[in-house]
Design a protein around this ligand. Structure first.
Ligand SMILES: Nc1ncnc2c1ncn2[C@@H]1O[C@H](COP(=O)(O)OP(=O)(O)OP(=O)(O)O)[C@@H](O)[C@H]1O
Ligand SMILES: [Mg+2]
Length: 366
């Protein structure tokens, strides 16, 4: 169902995105070592990734770094996720014999368990084992890491892993492996890959970038129409146009609108739209609150940009007049850069704006 609120897995459930799907599949086929799939929140990254993995017919490992984060970015949390992903791989392919040679890996039937006790497994060895199996089978394995900017929380420190070094090792040495990283906080993903500039393990290494844009107006209208038609519903043009205008082309919000509408056939479209905006806004507000918790100044910057104050010097003046305090140039630049890195705010021709209209509404009410 086009309005299914979960990420899609089959290509027939995917509206549009054929060009991006082809690019991913071609990159897999060519054996690109590193692919970045980038786009703002709810734009459809996980869906496209999962469909591509399935369509490719290649063996793969899929890890959702948000799930690792729920348990605090510990090694244990990572190993639990990785054990699950390797077990799924091992039910489909006879890979257990390769994995059992890796320190800290236990094989129980088709289950693969990573033991993080006394002698934790070495991920380098684990990936090398996967590569060796792929050489033997004359295939490739895709290592897909969803929301990879979160890997920065696993880098360095006691009990942490140097993921950047690990990925660079995979890039340089394990030719049968392709790594796909998705990121909704695009700047932060780049920061993770390139931290240290020329010293970074990824300095100067090619990466294939696939950028998922929002649906344009036509695509967004087409998506809603197709989704309703699939369910035998013919909504009025006005209600569709209204939803597209408010939710822009962010497919996740459009899907939520369609899903909510089909679940509440007695409600007026306007009421449904309001309900979806409220729900989406509360997700956005939670995200923005995390930032404000780090620094109260974010609230002022977000509010100024949300109100349409879009030039750097005007934003500065507005904040100073609200707070009654001087703000240094460096401080404002830092705040705005961070908001760009988080893909909350964009910049074009020297003007700042919200990338997602829902985020903007949430910021207005901060
Ligand atoms: N091309 C598409 N066609 C139809 N529905 C889609 C498409 N892309 C995404 N969706 C729907 O939109 C919602 C969000 O998709 P998805 O989870 O893939 O986005 P995301 O960018 O990974 O989101 P997040 O930033 O929260 O991780 C889901 O309900 C999904 O089914
Ligand atoms: Mg996702």
């Amino acid at each position: 169902m086009l309005f299914d609120p979960r990420p899609k897995e089959c290509s027939h459930e995917l509206y549009g995105r054929q060009k991006e799907l082809r690019r991913l599949l071609t990159a897999f086929k060519r054996g690109e070592p590193l692919i970045l799939l980038l786009g703002i929140r709810r734009v459809g990254k996980t869906s496209l990734l999962k469909v591509a993995l399935r369509e490719s017919g290649l063996p793969y490992i899929y890890l959702d770094l948000r799930a690792v984060g729920e348990d605090g970015f510990t090694r244990a949390a990572l190993y639990i996720q990785l054990s699950g992903a390797l077990s799924r791989l091992s039910t489909r392919y006879r890979i257990a014999d390769y994995l059992r040679r890796v320190r800290g890996v236990k094989i129980l039937g088709s289950g693969v368990e990573l033991d993080w006790g006394m002698k934790p497994p070495l991920l380098n060895q684990l990936f090398t084992a996967l590569n060796n199996w792929a050489i033997e089978q004359q295939t490739r394995i895709i290592i897909a890491l969803d929301e990879a900017q979160l890997l920065r929380y696993m880098t360095g420190g006691k009990g942490r892993l140097n993921f950047r070094a690990l990925l660079a090792h995979v890039y340089d040495n394990l030719r049968q492996l392709t790594t796909v990283l998705t990121g909704s906080e695009i700047g932060l993903l780049m920061e993770f890959l390139e931290a240290g500039g020329k010293e970074s393990e990824f300095y100067g290494r090619y990466r294939e970038e696939v950028i998922l844009e929002r649906f344009n107006r036509e695509e967004a209208i087409g998506y809603l129409r197709a989704g309703f038609r699939e369910l035998g519903i013919e909504p009025e043009d006005n209600s569709i146009i209204d939803a597209v205008e408010k939710l822009d082309g962010v497919v996740g919000w459009l899907a939520l609108y369609g899903y909510t509408a089909t679940r509440n056939p007695d409600k007026e479209p306007k009421e449904i739209l309001q309900q979806v905006i409220t729900e989406a806004k509360s997700v956005a507000t939670q995200e923005l609150r995390k930032l404000i918790y780090a620094s109260h100044n974010y609230r002022l910057v977000l509010k100024a940009v949300a109100e349409g104050v879009d030039e750097w010097s005007k934003i500065k003046r507005r904040i100073e007049s609200w707070s009654g305090k001087y703000m240094s140039n460096a401080a404002l630049t830092r705040l705005l850069t961070r908001l760009q890195n988080l893909s909350i705010v964009g910049k074009s021709n020297g003007r700042y704006f919200f990338l997602d209209p829902i985020m903007r509404l949430a910021a207005l009410e901060l």
